[in-house]
Design a protein around this ligand. Sequence first.
Ligand SMILES: *[C@@H]1O[C@H](CO)[C@@H](O)[C@H](O)[C@H]1NC(C)=O
Ligand SMILES: *[C@@H]1O[C@H](CO)[C@@H](O)[C@H](O)[C@H]1NC(C)=O
Ligand SMILES: *[C@@H]1O[C@H](CO)[C@@H](O)[C@H](O)[C@H]1NC(C)=O
Ligand SMILES: *[C@@H]1O[C@H](CO)[C@@H](O)[C@H](O)[C@H]1NC(C)=O
Ligand SMILES: *[C@@H]1O[C@H](CO)[C@@H](O)[C@H](O)[C@H]1NC(C)=O
Length: 395
Amino acid sequence: MALISCSVPIFLCVILVVLATQVPAQIKEYDISKYGAHADGKTDNSKVILNVWNIACQAKGRNLIYIPPGVFMTGALRLKGPCNGQMLFKIKGALRAPSDPQLGIDNWISFQWIDKLTVFGDGTFDGQGAYAWPYNNCKESPSCKLLPTTLRLDFVNNSRIHHVKFINSKNVHMSLLACHNVQIDHIRISAPGDSPNTDGIRIASSSGINIFASRIGTGDDCIAMLPGSRNVNITGVECGPGHGISVGSLGGTQDEEDVNGLLVQHCTFSGTLNGVRIKTKTSSYPGLASNITFQDLNMSTVYNPIIIDQQYCPFSSCAAGDSQVQISDAKFKNISGTSNSQLAINFLCSKSRPCERLELNNIDLDYHGRGGPVKARCINAKGISYGTQKPPSCF
Ligand SMILES: *[C@@H]1O[C@H](CO)[C@@H](O)[C@H](O)[C@H]1NC(C)=O
Ligand SMILES: *[C@@H]1O[C@H](CO)[C@@H](O)[C@H](O)[C@H]1NC(C)=O
Ligand SMILES: *[C@@H]1O[C@H](CO)[C@@H](O)[C@H](O)[C@H]1NC(C)=O
Ligand SMILES: *[C@@H]1O[C@H](CO)[C@@H](O)[C@H](O)[C@H]1NC(C)=O
Ligand SMILES: *[C@@H]1O[C@H](CO)[C@@H](O)[C@H](O)[C@H]1NC(C)=O
């Protein structure tokens, strides 16, 4: 539009520009029910949806795949790019996973290698996890078969997931790997507080991830930031039930990518196991987590409101040793509310890689129970504190 030549009188030029900006970009719609999908909640629609995806992905321009109202059952879907145009995935009704546990299938629905994807529409991804959770035995059996993640984004850039609901994933609800510049907002994730490994959102090897105005209640972490999480902004998330918003666990693999530039702010935690947590495996590979800010958080009956755990051991026993992950420049600012344990602040850092440059600023936590007051513990942790310090700072 900016290229319109303005040798014509200026008012005409303005009209031309206004007209040009008002012509809506043509959107081609692909309604799955017009391609043979059945909204009976039973027919497996995966072939139809995959077919529609392939047609739309080849078309130029803006292409909208429409899941109309109704319950559409589908097996695993791998929706691959690169596409020739821009992809919109509008889910008005529900996509329902099979009740079969889908043992050994990594992902129920995955989007891969896509630039400019939008997923929206107020609809629901229903993982039907209740049928699968009894098969989750990975804590006891190392040879266990994994259950599928509900929605996985791999190598997806410049995209947005908004106004959709996720319920009862068999495993993680949403997982981002190698994604850049992705916005996730106004989403709701819910699964029972005792459902196993049902993380809300997991982020790894990704940057420029913005999550805001969302509600997450699960049986595991509301959000987990894994190795390679960089420049992540989480604002206005309500977490609970669940295990809180976590960094890690880190140190589990060799040559792990650093974690840098995380901001978690204006979030509330209700009845969660943890509030904000950084965890690294006890005996571990080297790694670095730095430049992390947790601020303006409200804790309501949270068991461990503020915790760094460098002795994290997900199994019944772990190799002895110190974590080799360095944690530095982590700030905790303006965090208030109630703790369900006396140890409201627990910095359990590594002996060989003590935490450095931690900061506690305006912390106001009360013990929700008898026998207070709240306490803070620092083990191998160095830092500064200022402003209100309740519990009294351990620096
Ligand atoms: C996404 O961005 C990364 C890093 O810039 C790039 O390597 C990758 O090819 C991009 N993926 C797509 C699908 O454009
Ligand atoms: C983080 O995201 C919020 C909500 O989108 C936004 O208002 C804020 O400016 C962002 N902060 C940074 C540092 O990017
Ligand atoms: C800290 O993170 C912010 C936000 O991602 C980033 O802009 C900044 O460059 C990082 N600073 C350092 C020293 O890494
Ligand atoms: C402190 O955090 C609370 C949320 O828990 C927020 O409402 C308040 O505005 C914050 N205070 C300051 C000074 O930023
Ligand atoms: C924190 O949350 C509790 C419970 O939802 C609420 O009563 C309280 O006003 C909130 N505090 C702040 C500072 O936002």
